[in-house]
Design a protein around this ligand. Structure first.
Ligand code: HEM
Length: 255
């Protein structure tokens, strides 16, 4: 069977007649361009958040946060206590960085409290007599104490270690022996001869840990002691040995 397929010739679809663009005068064209440009500028401004607005928002949130914290907890950081929030520690970090970069000597005349930093370096090596200057009595100098030869800045505890404070006996010296024995009269030395090794280990580790982990004090260096000579300190004579040191003003150890 033969089948005949009939192909219908496709008729071209009718096209709409092109509308003729009216010609504009050059002045009108410029005006149209201006209007389009203005509209684009207007659109940009309404959609985007500027950097200034972001900074202003962050600043407002921070100020509200600090004020709320101050009124509720009496501290600007919701009672959060950390070394990094202490201005003296931040100053120490800044000087440390400047010193490491070699810029500190040039900047010293322009920095506050520069007198105390003339010999600044980190970690700093002290002699016993250098350390003695940092006992809280030398104007302009911080308060340092040493334990097991490590020197810590304890200026933030001026009420404890400053003149008249209960632990002023520790300031400006390495009195590791007194930390172990609790004898604050004759044991103000780093000489540990004659003390039980185990007790030294645990007590020294305890107090070194106390200063290292403190959120008030920080490590500043090392004290190179004179060689120990003479006999070791004898047994503690003070009957008030187990009292809090500051209470024992009658012993004559409060300096
Ligand atoms: C081995 C004996 C002792 C040593 C080595 C010692 C040492 C210390 C040290 C280093 C601090 C930290 C101060 C600070 O930086 O905040 C401290 C705090 C304190 N100690 Fe002692 N202590 C001894 C015995 C005593 C005794 C027997 C008492 C009580 C009678 C006492 C009462 C206090 C109190 C109340 C504080 C906290 C408040 C403050 O600093 O005044 N301690 N002690």
């Amino acid at each position: 069977m033969s089948s005949s397929v009939r192909y219908r010739k496709q008729r071209p679809s009718p096209t709409l007649p092109q509308r003729k663009q009216p010609d504009l005068w050059p002045a009108d064209e410029r005006r149209v361009e201006e209007i389009i440009e203005n509209e684009e500028e207007f659109d940009d401004g309404s959609d985007k958040v500027t950097a200034f607005e972001i900074v202003r928002l962050i600043f407002t949130v921070l100020v509200i946060n600090f004020l709320l914290s101050y009124f509720i907890t009496d501290s600007y950081f919701w009672n959060y206590d950390s070394l990094i929030l202490r201005p003296r520690y931040l100053q120490f970090l800044l000087y440390r960085a400047l010193d490491a970069s070699g810029a500190l000597p040039h900047l010293l005349p322009f920095l506050p409290s520069s007198s105390q930093l003339h010999t600044f370096s980190y970690p700093r090596n002290f002699t016993d007599s250098e350390l003695a200057l940092y006992n809280g009595k030398t104007p302009g100098l911080p308060i340092y104490l040493a334990i097991n030869s490590s020197v810590f800045d304890v200026s933030e505890g001026r009420t404890s270690y400053g003149p008249g404070g209960p632990y002023h006996i520790f300031a400006g010296r390495d009195a590791t022996r007194a930390f172990v024995t609790g004898c604050f009269t004759s044991d103000l030395t780093h000489d540990l001869r004659g003390i039980d090794e185990e007790k030294i280990k645990t007590d020294v580790a305890h107090w070194v840990g106390f200063f290292e982990k403190s959120n008030k004090y920080w490590y500043v260096g090392h004290v190179e002691h004179e060689p120990i000579t003479g006999p070791p300190p004898g047994p503690c004579q003070s009957r008030a040995m187990r009292q809090k040191p500051g209470v024992r003003r009658g012993d004559g150890v409060i300096q």
